[in-house]
Design a binder for this molecule. Structure first.
Ligand code: HEM
Length: 188
């Protein structure tokens, strides 16, 4: 269990951290808005801490949108049906392997309007962490599905959400990200 926890946390959380600069350097407007919120809250003398979470809500929106737009795992882990089952008129035979189609769900325009567009603003009305929405009985409030769903949902969700917020807030406080360029030609 500990090895599994370590491996899943290292791969899942690590890849998401690596993606944070990519999400924002492709989107200068997003980076600017985040910086304005961070500067208004923390100034230049100290970097953001977890206690600033409510005062810098746009960071949470950036993380949610990055996790939705480019999920690190395109499906969740496989599960096996232990018995014949039925779901919305579909027959699911015993031993069927079932995945959550994370990428496909995240790119359904019927749920996420203009789903190919990186737009953190879509989460302005989702101010809580993913674990709060995953725990609600109203599934239409789910923000994104990177951690899976149901009884085997990722137990690291609480740690991962807080880690990503802290990483993103500190990176955006300290650095300005831009696309890489050729130092000779100056072209991106
Ligand atoms: C952004 C980071 C992470 C992502 C995207 C992620 C994603 C996932 C997904 C999709 C599953 C499978 C859920 C399912 O089958 O429905 C899972 C399971 C699991 N995760 Fe994570 N995870 C992350 C971070 C972590 C962290 C930080 C830990 C531990 C400290 C962790 C521990 C686990 C464990 C132990 C399971 C297996 C749970 C079970 O089968 O009952 N994960 N994770």
């Amino acid at each position: 269990m500990h090895a599994q926890a370590y491996l899943t946390s290292r791969d899942g959380n690590g890849k998401c951290h690596e993606n944070i600069p990519v999400w924002v350097d492709l989107n200068p407007r997003v980076q600017e808005r985040a910086r304005q919120e961070i500067d208004a809250c923390c100034g230049a003398d100290r970097s953001p801490t977890w206690s600033d979470f409510a005062a810098i809500p746009y960071i949470n929106c950036i993380i949610k949108e990055g996790m939705r737009w480019r999920p690190v795992a395109v499906t969740s882990l496989p599960h096996r049906a232990r018995a014949d089952d039925k779901y919305e008129g579909m027959f699911i035979p015993k031993d069927t392997t079932v995945f959550i189609a994370t990428w496909a769900i995240h790119h359904l325009d019927s749920i996420y309007q203009d789903s190919d567009k990186f737009n953190p603003d879509r989460y302005l009305d989702h101010q809580k962490l993913a674990n709060d929405y995953a725990g609600t009985s109203d599934y239409s409030m789910r923000d994104y599905y990177n951690y899976g769903a149901g009884r085997r949902i990722c137990p690291g969700i609480h740690l991962a959400e807080r880690n990503m917020w802290r990483m993103a807030a500190k990176l955006l406080w300290a650095f300005e990200f831009s696309p890489p360029y050729d130092p000779v030609t100056g072209k991106e």
